[in-house]
Structures are given as structure tokens and as C-alpha cells.
Design a protein around this ligand. Structure first.
Ligand code: SAH
Length: 365
């Protein structure tokens, strides 16, 4: 006789957990009690959850568990960044990166095993796509990092921000990503304000519109080019959702609030980094509440691109800055341990054929 698999409680947001407890004949407030143990104290053994009745603890042991991925590598960069390689139950591996700064600590989380978007300058694209991460696998990255950093809900937190900027396109794993982001915000989860959670997307326009209704966290958009011709080449998804539609959705996303959309722009030598490109970018973003994040390109094996020189990056920055656009140049962090933007690779098996991936990126999404 086969038994049904135990429910992984990490995969349930507060509503889901409440429903779970009610279905077991318990009161819904058990959800917040359990969350305090799991997220606040990193306790996963039901026997240690002393404010639950003995009978409930025994029942939970029968039907549920808190399962998280195994840490198979834990690397520390010279600059203090830390990267964990996590092995999932199916053997696939994903990477999560912690980036400490003076006034905050940011965790960069993956949303998929691999990616299907094929951006030409991103190393994740070279690995192909395997599958979406479950809600449990997304929130577990925060759980594992938080525990490894010795976090407790006592106010002295090092982990203050989350960016959905690891492997994968978060808006192509919409439901699981939103559920995980709700847990990050929940007072009994990680209690992060939505300003401290940033979702980065290559620009899935309908999903940006939906996100505004469901979980309006800070939005970052990988723009990388000031016109469609060049963006089609760098971000093939642009053929499906061209710049004009993308910018309209971004504008709607922030509405009349005082929030801004962050536009990411990776600087590729001789490709998108001229004075002319900077001026085109200024014209393009006129009237849109925007910030620009310039990212020096991080090279990887077999790429045809090169990083722009520091002088070129500085000049590009100054042109934007002088036009009054809030611009920052992202510091390259963790590149000695391959933890910088676009360098996360994980280890997994590509189950799709390249041709199919290309089709799905440009036509079916
Ligand atoms: N799919 C999402 C999130 C993942 S990428 C997105 O496209 O936004 C996070 C950021 O790193 C994106 O802006 C991405 O374009 C950038 N990036 C990818 N490869 C890079 C590389 N080799 N060097 C620098 N930045 C890179």
C-alpha cells in the first residue's frame, strides 16, 4: 500500500496554511503559530513546537513536514558576498547569493531551474531551461540563507532585502513566485515590506499588469537597449512585447504613486554603450518615473561580449545623470565566486531542445 506524500508546509502561504489546519479539524490560528516556529526560529521538528498540543504534533508528524534543499556548497567571496549551491529533491541544483552592504543585506533568489528566454549576454540562457521552482523551493532559499546567517527575529537582521534576480524569469513562474513573495511580506513570515522586495523581469507585459493587482512589490525591468532593433537581439522576448508596450505597462504599474521603476541596463562594449545610446535612452524614458541601474557586463566562457571600459561606463552614467535621471552603477559583487549578475548557472539537465525554447520565448509566452 502506498501512502500519500507528506505535505511540505514551506509551500503554503498563510491562507494555504490556515486551510490546511482547518482541514485537519484545527483552528486557523495554528497557521501563525507554526509560521513563527518555522520562519522566526528556524525550527522544523514538530516535536519542538511546544505551544502546539501533543495530539496536533503527532498528527503533523504523520502528514506533514518542513522540507528544504540541501546545501552542497557554501562559498564566501573576498567582498563578503556569499553563494549557496542548493540541491533540490530531483537532483537539480540552484544558486542563491547574499550581498551585504553597509546599510542593507540583499538576498538574490532564483525562480526557475535555468531560463527559457535566451538573452544573448546571460550565462543562465546557455544552460537551457529545466523547470519552474515550487513555492517551497523559492521560499526555502530565504529560509536556508537566513538560518546560515544566524538570523532570528530579534531586530538584528542582516538580511533586509530580497531581489528576484537569480536564475530564471520570475513572471513565467507567476503563481509560485507571488505566493513566495506573500510569505516574505507576512508578519509571521519574514515581515519584509514590499519596497524591500524587488522583482526583476525581462518584460512579460500581461504578467506585469497582473502583478500590480496581486502583489505590487518594487519592479525592475531588464531594458538593456534603447530601441527595438537592438533589444530584439539582446532580449529576444522583445519581439513579443516591444519596448513601447513594455514602457506603458511599467508606467501603469507605478501609477501616480511616488514609486519608480528600475531599468536595468547591462553595458556591453561597442554594442549598447555609446553616447548616442545614452541620449536615446533619455528620450525613451521621458515622462516615465524611472531609475536606471547600469550593470557592468560580467563575462563568462564562450561569450562574444566584452565589458565596457570604466571610462565608458562613467561617461554613460554622467550623460544620464546630467539629464536628471536617477542612475546608479551597480558594483560588481562576488565575481570571484561566479556569483555576479548573469553568472549563476546551477547544475541541471536541460530537458528542452534549443529550437523549442527559442520558439516558446518569442511566440508562445
Ligand atoms: N529574468 C529576469 C531576472 C534575472 S537576471 C530579468 O531578465 O530581469 C538579473 C539581471 O542580471 C538582469 O537585468 C539581467 O539582464 C542581468 N544579467 C544577465 N546576464 C548578465 C551578465 N552576464 N552580466 C551582467 N548582467 C547580466
Amino acid at each position: 500500500m502506498s501512502y500519500p506524500e507528506k505535505t511540505n508546509l514551506l509551500g503554503l502561504d498563510r491562507k494555504g496554511l490556515e486551510a490546511f489546519f482547518v482541514s485537519r479539524g484545527e483552528k486557523s490560528f495554528r497557521a501563525s503559530q507554526l509560521m513563527k516556529w518555522v520562519y522566526g526560529q528556524a525550527v522544523t521538528d514538530f516535536r519542538d513546537m511546544t505551544n502546539l498540543s501533543k495530539a496536533l504534533r503527532a498528527d503533523l508528524e504523520e502528514c506533514a513536514e518542513v522540507r528544504y534543499p540541501e546545501i552542497v556548497a557554501d562559498q564566501l567571496s573576498d567582498d563578503g558576498s556569499r553563494k549557496w549551491l542548493l540541491r533540490l529533491e530531483d537532483g537539480n541544483c540552484i544558486e542563491t547569493v547574499f550581498i551585504p552592504e553597509a546599510e542593507r543585506g540583499t538576498l538574490c533568489i532564483s525562480s526557475q531551474v535555468g531560463c527559457m528566454l535566451n538573452c544573448s549576454f546571460c550565462s543562465t540562457a546557455q544552460q537551457g531551461f529545466n523547470r519552474n521552482l515550487t513555492t517551497a523551493e523559492i521560499i526555502a532559499q530565504l529560509w536556508v540563507a537566513s538560518r546560515a546567517l544566524g538570523e532570528r527575529l530579534d531586530g538584528s537582521r542582516r538580511l533586509s532585502n530580497v531581489v528576484m534576480m537569480g536564475m530564471g524569469e520570475p513572471l513565467l513562474n507567476y503563481d509560485n513566485v507571488v505566493r513566495a513573495m506573500l510569505l516574505m511580506q507576512d508578519d509571521f513570515g519574514y515581515g519584509l515590506s514590499k519596497r524591500r522586495i524587488t522583482l526583476s523581469t525581462a518584460g512579460i507585459v500581461p504578467a506585469i499588469r497582473k502583478l500590480r493587482e496581486d502583489c505590487d512589490v518594487s519592479l525592475a525591468v531588464s531594458l538593456h537597449a534603447p530601441d527595438d532593433l537592438l533589444r530584439n537581439e539582446l532580449v529576444p522576448l522583445n519581439r513579443k512585447y516591444p519596448i513601447r508596450e513594455l514602457l506603458a505597462a511599467c508606467h501603469e504599474y507605478v501609477g501616480d504613486s511616488r514609486r519608480r521603476v528600475t531599468f536595468e541596463y547591462v553595458l556591453l562594449s561597442g554594442v549598447n554603450d555609446s553616447d548616442g545610446h545614452a541620449r536615446q535612452l533619455i528620450r525613451l524614458l521621458k515622462g516615465i518615473p524611472a531609475k536606471i541601474n547600469l550593470i557592468p557586463f560580467n563575462p563568462f566562457a564562450q561569450t562574444r561580449y566584452r565589458r565596457s571600459t570604466p571610462e565608458r561606463i562613467q561617461r554613460f552614467f554622467e550623460i544620464l545623470n546630467q539629464a536628471g535621471i536617477v542612475t546608479i552603477t551597480r558594483k560588481t559583487r562576488g565575481d570571484d565566486i561566479d556569483a555576479a549578475c548573469g553568472q549563476l548557472a546551477g547544475q541541471f539537465h536541460d530537458r528542452t531542445r534549443r529550437r523549442y525554447r527559442r520558439l516558446s520565448a518569442t511566440q508562445e509566452i
